[in-house]
Design a protein around this ligand. Structure first.
Ligand SMILES: *[C@@H]1O[C@H](CO)[C@@H](O)[C@H](O)[C@H]1NC(C)=O
Ligand SMILES: *[C@@H]1O[C@H](CO)[C@@H](O)[C@H](O)[C@H]1NC(C)=O
Ligand SMILES: *[C@@H]1O[C@H](CO)[C@@H](O)[C@H](O)[C@H]1NC(C)=O
Length: 506
């Protein structure tokens, strides 16, 4: 009895096969990334050989201009999909066209491809069609956070990312728990149809430690950038005695302890600061993201130069070793004031007016205790008698990082920045990129970028060292291993400049 019913059903189906069929598509929309290859599934039920049918994939109101038309065994593609569209299998188990699978494959997806696609199948006496919705998305770059001081003591943190589609949602969070309201969000759309997003929020140091900015799509995909705001302190940029300085000096602290992109997107340059000045921090941050705490010191050392102290331009305070490599406080020196003895500076005999130059300073040399007081940087002028930090500004030709014992670390930038460095750097790497106007400091042992000062150098600058007062540990200029390509003989005794040909180094 049952078998009779089944046979009856089969007969019924067989007789109807070429008469009528249904087009089947998935219920959900299809989401795919820009540039990827996507399949828009579509098949006919019950299965039948579709080779003899006409298949037409078209967009709304474009019946006569189909994306792909299959007719009499030939495929015709619409211009904008030429070479990007084909018939494909909706699954590995599919029997293909012969089995009624008429799925469409689109390659190298563009944002403009986002649309509904109608799968239309027509036979001699029947036709049917269904619509598949294709959403195209683009996951943007990892957001980059960028701090700027505000007059009220807070910090304006901006967060930028580009290459998104559709517009992402922006959210700010402090210490991974408190949601912050953005101060503002602006979006712009480029010629490539992608969105760039810029958001900012103002925080005070007491509000948060770790600030994160994340951008997310409705699909749940997101990217996040983080900034440790405790590591940033700005000082006041009101001094504009030098007309060239004010607009150019921006101090960008990249002592960012945690910056995480959930998905790494761009692998930027190995050295920070090959880009525009106003992107230093961005690049620095991006770099952190890729190899946090893993600066390529060998790469920096390709720019190594031998530095020696210029005895001619030495304050009477510090004493210098015979080889002009070691500076320490002279025991008999009596500082004339309180606080850091800024006047106690020694200068390198080498002066630089172009190119990249790198040197390292040793701050821990057992059995001496680790050096607590030091000032390391570059200076335009070789002599000064100022005891006052306010006179030692970038606009007057000084750029440095200072370790002032219990007062911590600070720069003399406009605005000044103080930062906490734990552990203390044992060897400090200094990279002067004259042309880009950048002075960067690295903790060699931890392979960490400490910070980059951004400025505009004029004239030539010389390395500057100050051993502090009351700190008898020596400050030692190291002989950096020279890059293998350009071996250099043993350290030179003279105080003649040993300038590298920077074009040869690049
Ligand atoms: C499509 O492919 C053909 C050959 O495979 C090639 O000659 C033609 O330039 C391609 N057209 C486009 C628009 O890429
Ligand atoms: C913060 O910086 C952004 C630009 O990055 C600016 O548009 C915004 O007005 C600033 N906010 C304040 C309070 O200054
Ligand atoms: C530096 O290198 C460039 C090109 O390699 C060369 O033209 C120039 O003469 C070199 N300068 C010195 C001082 O060696």
């Amino acid at each position: 009895m049952l078998s009779i019913i089944i046979i009856a059903l089969l007969v019924n189906l067989l007789t109807e096969t070429s008469e009528s069929f249904t087009v089947v598509v998935p219920r959900d929309q299809i989401v795919a990334h820009v540039g990827s290859t996507v399949t828009l599934p579509c098949w006919i039920s019950p299965p039948e050989n579709a080779e003899v049918l006409e298949l037409r994939w078209y967009r709304p109101d474009q019946f006569r201009k189909p994306v792909l038309l299959y007719q009499h065994g030939k495929i015709i593609q619409e211009e904008s999909f030429r070479n990007r569209s084909s018939l494909t299998l909706h699954s590995d188990l599919s029997g293909g066209l012969k089995d009624g699978d008429v799925s469409l494959q689109l390659e190298k997806l563009r944002i403009q491809d986002e649309d509904s696609f109608r799968c239309y199948v027509s036979g001699e006496s029947a036709f049917d069609s269904r619509e598949v919705v294709l959403k195209v998305i683009a996951l943007g770059s990892a957001p980059v956070l960028f701090p700027q001081p505000l007059d009220d003591g807070r910090v304006n943190i901006s967060c930028k990312s580009s290459g998104w589609y559709p517009e992402p949602d922006v959210s700010w969070m402090s210490d991974e728990r408190t949601v912050l309201r953005p101060g503002g969000v602006s979006r712009s759309r480029g010629a490539d149809e992608m969105f760039s997003v810029h958001s900012w929020t103002a925080v005070s140091h007491s509000d948060a430690q770790l600030l994160s900015c994340s951008m997310s799509l409705k699909t749940g995909e997101s990217r996040e950038g983080r900034l440790n705001i405790q590591a940033i302190i700005f000082l006041d940029p009101s001094d504009s005695s030098d007309p060239w300085k004010a607009p150019f000096i921006i101090l960008l602290i990249c002592a960012v302890l945690g910056l995480v992109g959930l998905i790494l997107y761009k692998y930027r340059h190995k050295l920070p600061g090959k880009k525009q000045t106003d992107q230093i921090c961005e690049d620095g941050l991006t770099e952190k993201l890729i190899k946090e705490g893993d600066v390529n010191i060998e790469e920096l050392r390709k720019h190594a130069v031998q530095i020696t102290i210029d005895r001619e331009r030495l304050h009477p305070g510090p004493s210098v070793s015979k080889d002009c490599k070691i500076v320490r406080e002279a025991l008999e020196y009596k500082p004339s004031g309180e606080g850091f003895p800024y006047e106690l500076c020694a200068f390198g005999a080498q002066r630089f007016s172009s190119g990249r130059h790198y040197w390292e300073v040793d701050l821990v040399r057992p059995p001496n205790p680790s050096k607590e007081y030091w000032l390391i940087g570059v200076a335009k002028h070789g002599r000064f008698h100022s005891k006052d930090r306010s006179a030692l500004t970038p606009s007057s030709g000084y750029w440095f990082l200072c370790s002032d014992g219990p007062n911590g670390f600070y720069t003399n930038s406009d605005p000044p920045v103080s930062l906490s460095l734990t552990p203390r750097p044992e060897q400090l790497g200094v990279l002067l990129d004259y042309d880009l106007g950048q002075l960067s400091f690295y903790s060699v042992k931890e392979r960490k970028h400490v910070l980059t000062m951004s400025t505009r150098f004029t004239g030539s600058v010389a390395p500057m060292f100050n051993p502090g007062v009351g700190d008898l540990s020596p400050l030692i200029i190291l002989d950096c291993p020279e890059p293998v390509e350009s071996p250099v003989e043993t350290p030179v005794e003279s105080s003649q400049p040993l300038l590298s040909n920077s074009s040869a180094l690049d």
